[in-house]
Design a protein. Sequence first.
Lengths: 412, 1079
Amino acid sequence: MQTQLLPSLISFIASLAAFLFRTNAKITKCFALAACLLMLAVEIYFNSRSLLSISTILLATLMALVCILSQATNKSAAISTALILAILGLTSLFLLDVDPLISKLAQGILTLSLVILSFRFRKKNVSLGFGSAAALSISMLSLLLSSLVHGTWSVICQITAAAVLLPLFPLHVGYIGLLNNLPGTVPAFLSFILPIAGLHALVQVQEIPPLAAEFFVVTTIIGLFISGARAFVQTGLMRIIAAVASILLAPVWWICSANGKLGSENCSYIIAVGLVVAGLSLCAHCVESRYGTQSLESLPGLAKKMPKLGIAFSLLTMAGLGIPTFAIFSSFILPQFSPLQSRVSDLLFVSLAWFICFALQISVLQRLLFNEPRADLLYSDLNRSEFMSLAIILVLLLIGGIFPGVMLALTT
Amino acid sequence: MLDETNRDEKRLTIRSLAKLASEVVAQYWPIGTFVHHNPLHELENLNFFDAVDRVHEILGARRFLPKELYRQRLENGEIEVSTVDAVLSETTNNTSITVAGRIVDKLSVRREILIHGIELPSKPQLQCLWDIDPEQELLDGIVSSLKSSVSTKEIIASQIASAVFDIGGSTLIGWVDKTLGTDLEAKLNKELSRWCATFLDEGEAGWSMPDRRQGFYACWKAYSRLVDLSQWGPELRSFSNSLPDRPEDAIVELLERLHISEDLATDYFAAQFSSLPGWASFIKWRSSQQGYAWQLYPIDLVQYLAVRLAYECSMLSQICKKDLGIEGNYYSIKAFIEKNPLAYILLKQKNTGQLTETETRLLDRAMQSNRRYEEGHLLHADSAFLKNVADRIGNSHLQSLAWRLRGLCRLLNINIAELSKSKADDLLTLSDWLDEFSDKEQGIVWLKVCEEEFQQSLINELSNSAKQHLLVESKDGENSRPQAQAVFCIDVRCEPFRRHLESVGRYETLGFAGFFNCFIRYKPLDSACEKNQFPVVMKARNMVREIPRPYHQAKMAHYQRGRNFLKAVREVLHSLKANVITPYVTVESLGWAYAFPFVLKTFMPTAYSHLGSWFRHSIQEPISTSLTVDKLGHREAAQMVRDTQLSVIREFIMERFKQQKSQINPESLDTLRRLAMGELDISDVDTSGLPEHDKDKLTLLVEELRAKQQISPRGAATHLERLTRTGFTLAEQVFTIETSLRMMGLINNFARIVLICAHGSKSDNNPFESALDCGACGGNEGQANARVFAAMANKLDVRNELARKGIDIPVDTYFLAGQYCTTNDTVELLDLEDVPPTHRMDLARLTEDLMEAGILSSQERCSRLPDIGGEIRSRAGKETWRRSCDWSQVRPEWGLSSNAAFIIGRRGLSAPLNLQGRVFLNSYDHTIDTDGKLLENLLTAAQTVCEWINMEHYFSTVDNDVFGAGSKIYHNVTSHVGVMSGTLGDLRIGLPEQTVMKGETNYHDPLRLTTIVEAPRERIEMLISRHEVLQRFYHNEWVHLVAVAPDDGVLYKYLPNGEWKKLQQQSATSSTESVGNNI
């Protein structure tokens, strides 16, 4: 058990150190990266049974490494680094499932932390901050109640908790608020971690009650249209990415309602979506850290002035659209459109979700990358660490696309 | 409503105002006769820098190259820092202040800003960078220092004061776009482009607009009723029905609706023209061409304005009421700005990306909640937001100042910590210095630096060669007879060829305007239309036709059959492609056949070109021709008309009555002719010998001859008039030759062969082909002019007259016509049948030497082409040939790019120099021009042409998007008059990107023309005082002028204040060396 808890311990210590040494950003970053590498090594050495049985925690640690790598070296980035490590530690604890109590406690502390963070970092969008805090509070209370009550009520509480983390309308505001308001690359990390946390909460539900299933059908459809409509009028890049994420994850709830539970193939899809959204969020962070929080229309021509970003963003968009060779295609699009497996209603819903995502993502791509660059912006392309982070994510997506079994193994 | 009594006066006023406003756009000739022109030609009454400023305000065009390109040249060593200092010291007074314990002078500040620059990001980016800057505390310290002297209120007040609507800077609909972030002007421009392209079509469209004779405005009124106009606002439908029939009256009404008074109308019209400058330029040109065939469908800028204002009025009314709650007119907009300055500033900042995403969202929410852009509502919506916005604007301004000061300190190696402790007044002074040295001022300095570098290098070389030239003259006395003389156009592309030709033999080359003083309307053998082979600003009466030589007359029939066959095939193929249904079938049945030429001309263009020529010649065998240089007398012309009529009647009879030529009685032909001409009455004629015996049928036959064969008094008169215009009288010929020879200084020491070498170009799939041909010949090849000149100069009568006037051309001198192809460096010699046998050896030698010079020129040319680079000795000729045949080649040659100077003087002055194809060369001998008339001609005419070419290249380089034609990749030929980028949009005037740019950097160095004249200064001054055009050029700094004193070879520069400045040679260089990188 001690060896299983070792990664979390490393993570907490590193987080504390990052916070204490936040005035020296370079040292903090190096220390954090070293901690992540150590965690990876421990994870592989102690907890994997074979080369193939790499776990979701490994992926989470890898994502933390990627997000920290992508951070700038300044004082505010050091705080983000500390947060990422702390969240990673808590996530490792509950994903490990070492002890049900520890797991529940870790989940609860994670959710509480997110509530506090939502409230603390609400300045960027106050209403969204409050909404996010409220939704996460509901998630936290639901988790608590699910431990106290039994039977159907416990299941409903569990599902409610999951619905905040694996965003489902109307509780998706928690997810969107966190992605929009938190500093540094924390949103990128959370965009991967939150769905996994929600996935973890949902797989514990043996069977979804029929009434809940019908409720999902209604909420996913409404959520699809409302999220889509809101996203089309947004001007902020991160808002749109968050909306795309919630639309991409909507089919999961639809399938859940149809099948009565969450299947393993849906798990690999959630991870793939998490990777894509994390990549897009990192791109958004690269843009914001250079140019401030401007509307999309104020940032044209990035393909010409930031070609590396242009390539990475385009590839991630293609991955998000489910283009072959990338993980989303193999994990979801292909199985969904298999004539033996899918129902007409499933096909219709997935197609609708896909079209809305397509329109959103292509619109963002066009507005951000093309048109004439502005003369009054000082452009600078991705540096090595940022490019490496995005490259790692793209490689993971490619592996997931070419070897879908790898993704599947993660979630068994 | 207009008062009846002053209606005409109003109309005249509108026309005058439109004409005045059209100064901002220069005329644009159709692309088939591309003319290099100065896009700011009508602003030459202003100083150059003021003119580019004005255009910058109206069109948003760049005035100079981006600073980064100049800095790169400095890094590469092409510009010396000493030159920068020299130019800066002329423009900067010697001021200094003490900052952070150091004395800082203005010159150093300007030098550092110029060379290194201080980058200032936009406000949201600045805030982001500020927050993470390691020197944030120091920067905050500077801001605190500044705050003590500058209050936020003052900053806001100054911003509010600058929030005015400048009617000359933008149209009202343009203002709406900038304020509300809409795209209405682009939409309007597209619609107008559609109307213009359709109306101005010159034969490209398969279905052309009907009833174009009514005029543009009337057509629009008539046909706009048939389309859906709802997207343009509810009023446009009523406008198209109710606006007056006269466009001037419509404009008066629309201006009243827009509340634009007469004193503002000129600026407003200028803004309208500037919105779609390409079409406006073309319309301006076309409306000035009364004799132009297509102006049968009349259009002018007033009609264009009327249509444009109608759309604008309607759209403005709709958008202003909906989004601003005001009427759509000038006064309402002005009042809105005055009443809501802060809201206006915020809206502008939002649309220029100066607001953060959060601020944008808050602003949008505040505006949309009440749909009123009024500050009272803003306050109600979010009082915190508006309360903070003033502070934020003020703080941003101070942060910008601090950022720039920090940047300056880094450049001057001043400790920033010390700076933050400096007095606020000193900081503000530094900041003022930064503000004074704006982008515009920096651009002026860079331009002057580059010009100074170029001029100094050229002056150094010219000084040496001028002194050497004087030495040679004083030693040699009478020059020995050259092997041959060759007269080329003054085009910069001829300079390398001339240099290489002189290097391969004892050749003397001269430069003269490419039309060789022959103002001719030329009708080639194959064409039904006449070409204007003279500068476009001139007019000509003399016509010259190309006719088959007598011994090839018999082949004409075969030739014409071949020509008609090829023409028919082309027309059939074109119809198959252009029809609605047939393309579907054509592609299926003939598509495969197109694969062969497609592949061949893509991968083997030279072979394809030869194959094409062979095929054409096998069907349409070429025949030898001559030109009708001599004018026919009246009797001869009348006889020719009669003979032609008889010939036509004979052909007609043979075809109609299926008779052989031998069966036709010549007297019957004459009888029919006289009947058709009205010289005989049918009742008096004996019909027995005629094809028709019946008098009624004979009457019909005669009518048919009159109607279809033009055998009538009117037809005969037209034919006679054309014939009498054909050719030149002896006096005209003598005048032409004498003037030309005197102007180029060739009045003695004639060689055995004098080659009159015009120039043309060769390229494929190139709408800008005409731009590569001879501009002096109206954008055509100049061979017709060369042939005419040579023919005149070889005539004995002409030479006898010339001898009486003092120009004695030896009997053994033969004038030979030729044409130099600037794309592949070959010279085609013309009319070789006429060369006397005594000159065979000279001709053979000349032909060989021309080929050798061509190869050397190709090698030099290839070294400058970016996709070749380096030197390729043996393949150069083949490479240039290939480029000229390659349909995918967007840059067959550089054309006139890199032009920079114009030398008017004897060849001895420039012969030793390698001018790298950058200089126009016009031969001129001041010793024979005692009264200055020849120089006057050169300075007022030839120099104007050079200045137009120079300015066209300048502006196309500094801002290819506005003044140039953009990339050729996206071009679509439209209406047969020009090109557009994409499927719809403005007509692209100016030069394409590939002509002036080399990737992201410029190939053409945008410098103002430097004219160097070898003549006494007094003579030049006299001419300047006499001609306004010269005063504009030199006093308004459009052209630099340098005089080479003939007696001592010293160079003097003419300053804008009318004084002369003696130029010093900077370093002694060998006169035989090439001029170096700066030329």
